[in-house]
Design a binder for this molecule. Structure first.
Ligand SMILES: NC(=O)C1=CN([C@@H]2O[C@H](COP(=O)(O)OP(=O)(O)OC[C@H]3O[C@@H](n4cnc5c(N)ncnc54)[C@H](O)[C@@H]3O)[C@@H](O)[C@H]2O)[C@@H](O)CC1
Ligand SMILES: [K+]
Length: 508
């Protein structure tokens, strides 16, 4: 699913209006009607009828005026409050404001504090609030009367439907500009918007419904979007040919584990084999090979020369020899974060000429020399904490600037980045940005990342290019976690449960 910025949306609308010749007022009519339909559906479901519509002075407000008309025609009790001097309203919005005034629909201005009191009284008596204050035109922090009105809406506990974007959310990056409406549902026009595809915007948008407002299909199909939301039809699993053997499904080397962390290696190797690759070789420090062998039937394990139960420079040659027998290498889970391990990881990366998935301690190992991955076929899978060590900046700064963080990193290092979080973002400078929306908070558990690394690596050796392997891995990892949480809940969910459900979600 394509995701657009405010500017891209405005450009698409202007092509539809000025080149194709679609009257802008038709787009507004379709937008307002879509909002009205969802509002009516909710009100019919709870047999309620009082609606307050909060409108701004622009076209987002215009959508609100159109919605008011349709809802009034359906017999609902509609009150419209405009946070602007209605004399300042122009264009399509003015047209629709005049119509609802001519129809006798209640319209009041909110320009000063005392009018807020009346607004608050009506909000309290309402059953549904429609937020048509700001959409793609939000261009500064929300303040004054608008802020007060938003606070009243958020404090009312009423069911809220936002038009296009929850007012106060920056449509380009999802930031809260001062304050923002917390909606139950956001009816967004024609395309998913960047600002409600990532946090914090996701938190304010509630359930997002993408409404078709009549932008011509060839325009919709032909726009090249850098940002995309991963959907089921992006991750179709090809049917397997009958006359194949395990060699046809790729060979992976997992380099993982240390004497205190054996589970990470096992989870990563097992998730790779469960995701369908033909052969998984697991290289571990020889101190733990016995444990691995006894618990991993399907995995070929190798005990490498180690130093105090962890890899060190002396382990490199054996890794490179093993790497020559496989299609890709995953390195990182449970390695330990020591000086020896960091030297080991860097030496392997320097000398390895294979597609590489770097996770966990392998990411920590290169955090002071990320340049070394430039020119290599690398997928990195950091969580926010590891990302702050890779790219600098605090976890909060990264959380607040997800898009910029990803864009800066991928343009500098030309790698494929999987920035894990409640909305994992996959980025590759030439292929674009992909946002995942499967998964749940139960997956924030030890070992979940090891399972993901195994899945991405498995898709890689099965022949998918880096970005596709990352997209498939992240999507099915989240799906497995969702199915597992249906059975185990979110508190009790473990990485082993996610592993358990990989075959089921890939079978669907
Ligand atoms: N352009 C079109 O033809 C269509 C636009 N549509 C609607 O129009 C919206 C965009 O409308 P506009 O571009 O008029 O802008 P908005 O209606 O989003 O914003 C209204 C105006 O508020 C002002 N403003 C922005 N941030 C503010 C702040 N923090 N405090 C106070 N004032 C602020 C700006 O001057 C802006 O023009 C879309 O989100 C969508 O809902 C849809 O009806 C589809 C058709
Ligand atoms: K809005």
């Amino acid at each position: 699913m394509k995701i657009v910025s405010n500017g891209e949306m405005r450009e698409i609308e202007s092509i539809a209006i000025n080149t194709v010749g679609l009257p802008s007022v038709c787009l507004m009519e379709n937008a307002g009607r879509a909002v009205a339909e969802h509002a009516a559906e909710y009100l019919f479901s709870c047999k309620r009828k009082n609606i307050v519509i909060l409108c701004g002075k622009g076209n987002n407000g215009g959508d609100g005026f159109v919605a008011a008309r349709y809802l009034f025609n359906k017999g609902f009790d509609v009150k419209v409050f405009v946070v602007s001097n209605i004399g300042l309203i122009s264009g399509d919005a003015k047209k629709n404001l005049d119509i609802i005034i001519n129809m006798g629909i209640y319209v009041a201005e909110i320009l000063q504090k005392e009018q807020l009191k009346f607004f608050e009284k009506n909000i309290k008596e309402s059953d549904l609030v429609i937020d048509a204050l700001y959409g793609t035109g939000l261009d500064r922090e929300v303040s004054g009367i608008s802020k007060d009105a938003i606070d009243i809406v958020n404090g009312s506990g009423k069911y809220v439907i936002s038009v296009d974007i929850p007012s106060g959310i920056n449509g380009d990056n999802g930031k809260v500009e001062g304050c923002a409406v917390k909606a139950n549902v956001t009816v967004t026009m024609q395309f998913m918007k960047k600002g409600i595809a990532v946090y914090p915007g996701v938190d304010y948008a509630g359930k997002v419904i993408v409404a078709d407002i009549g932008i011509p299909r060839n325009l919709v199909d032909n726009i090249q979007c850098r940002y995309n939301m991963i959907s089921q039809d992006d991750v179709v699993l090809p049917k397997r040919a009958r006359n194949t053997h395990k060699g046809d499904y790729g060979k992976l080397l997992v380099v993982a584990g240390s004497k205190n962390m054996t589970g990470a290696a096992a989870l990563c190797a097992m998730s790779a084999i469960k995701t369908g690759c033909g052969i998984v070789k697991l290289a571990v420090p020889k101190a733990i090979q016995g444990i691995m062998q006894s618990s991993l039937r399907e995995i070929i394990t190798y005990g490498l020369d180690d130093k105090d139960g962890a890899f060190y420079l002396g382990s490199v040659d054996e890794v490179l020899k093993l790497a020559n027998t496989v299609d890709a290498v995953a390195i990182g889970p449970g390695l330990t974060n020591s000086c020896d391990v960091r030297e080991f990881v860097k030496e392997v990366i320097l000398r390895l000429e294979k597609p590489l998935v770097l996770d966990a301690d392998a990411l920590n190992a290169i955090s002071d020399s990320v340049d070394m991955i430039i020119g290599k076929d690398v997928i990195l899978t950091p969580h926010i904490g590891e990302m702050s060590r890779l790219s600098g900046g605090s976890a909060n700064e990264i959380n607040d600037n997800i898009y910029e963080t990803v864009e800066k990193f991928i343009s500098k290092y030309k790698a494929t980045l999987v920035l894990k979080g409640s909305r994992t973002v996959i980025g590759n400078d030439t292929e674009g940005i992909y946002i995942n929306c499967t998964g749940n908070p139960g997956m924030a558990t030890a070992g979940s990342g090891d399972v993901l690394t195994g899945m991405i690596s498995s898709f890689l050796v099965q022949g998918l290019k880096e970005v596709k392997a990352a997209i498939y891995g992240v999507y099915y990892h989240g799906k497995a976690g969702d199915m597992a949480s249906e059975r185990y809940g979110e508190y009790g969910l473990t990485a082993t449960n996610i592993l358990e459900y990989i075959p089921y979600v890939m079978k669907m």
